[in-house]
Ligand binder design. Structure first.
Ligand code: SF4
Length: 272
């Protein structure tokens, strides 16, 4: 981005004998402009709708903010590919701006609370040779049990199970096969519905939503984690499960930690 002391006039319009002169102190090399504007959907950001002279796009001050925002977003997004020292310097520079600092600190505070959920992060995606059904929450177990017994599912249960399994990256065919036990099963119709539901890309319902649909089965299954929650190490309090996917993550995490502890104890006994 180039700043010039003397503004450049890049457009003159005449409406009803009134002449309007548009000038700016800012210009940006067109390749850099394209990098910043390529993800902005506003038509006015297209190169053809902007003043281009000698390879530079002339930008009015009022249109600069969005480009700067995009520049910052891309810098942080690409942080893995950027030298971390360079990124830290960039962050320090931004933090000198009090408004940025205040927003940054607010986001950081929210992230600190959220982050503890990721302390239990564990790879839970579908793997052909690993059955993770034991880690499924009661609301999902109930649907599996209904399917096994050949009972019909209501619409919300069908959507929920598709989105839930899709979030765990279950293959489409596996999801379709799951429905094959239902009384109204039709492979091509179910295939179409499953693909459509997946394409919608929704995340599975949260516990709160499932409760409103009376699909929360915590009490029926007397599930300790769902009823009593889990201990948050970060906040030092007992917390309730908010999402069925977190249930899977937490259960898998705890089981893996127990497995590792037992292996370590065995190893220590062998070394004695
Ligand atoms: S608390 Fe959440 S995860 Fe547990 S059964 Fe109810 S809806 Fe499912």
């Amino acid at each position: 981005m180039v700043y010039e002391q003397t503004p450049t006039i890049f457009k003159k319009t005449v409406i009803k004998d009134q002449q309007e002169i548009i000038s700016t102190n800012f210009r940006i090399y067109f390749i850099d402009y394209l990098k910043l504007s390529s993800r902005l959907h506003d038509k006015s950001r297209k190169l053809v709708h902007n003043a281009l002279m000698n390879g530079y796009v002339y930008i009015q001050t009022k249109n600069l903010n969005r480009l700067i925002q995009e520049y910052v977003r891309l810098r942080f997004l690409n942080q893995n590919s950027v030298n971390s020292k360079e990124l830290n310097n960039f962050r320090e520079k931004l933090l000198q701006n009090p408004e940025f600092k205040s927003i940054y600190e607010k986001i950081q505070a929210i992230w600190e609370v959220k982050k503890e959920e990721f302390d239990y992060t564990f790879e839970i995606d579908y793997k052909k040779d690993k059955d993770i059904k034991n880690s499924f929450p009661p609301c999902v177990k109930e649907i599996f049990s209904k399917i096994k017994e050949g009972q019909n599912l209501i619409h919300t249960e069908r959507l929920y199970i598709v989105w839930f399994l899709n979030a765990l990256k279950y293959p489409e065919e596996e999801i379709i096969n799951l429905f094959s036990n239902l009384p109204d099963f039709n492979r091509s119709k179910t295939g179409y519905q499953v693909r459509y539901a997946i394409k919608k890309g929704y995340t599975p319902y949260s516990c709160k939503t499932l409760k409103t649909y009376s699909s929360c089965m915590a009490k029926k299954y007397k599930d300790d984690l769902c009823i009593n929650g889990y201990f948050s190490r970060k906040l030092n309090v007992q917390k309730q499960i908010a999402h069925p996917l977190f249930y899977v993550q937490y259960t898998q995490f705890v089981s893996e930690m127990n497995k590792r502890r037992i292996e370590k104890e065995k190893q220590e006994q062998n070394n004695e």
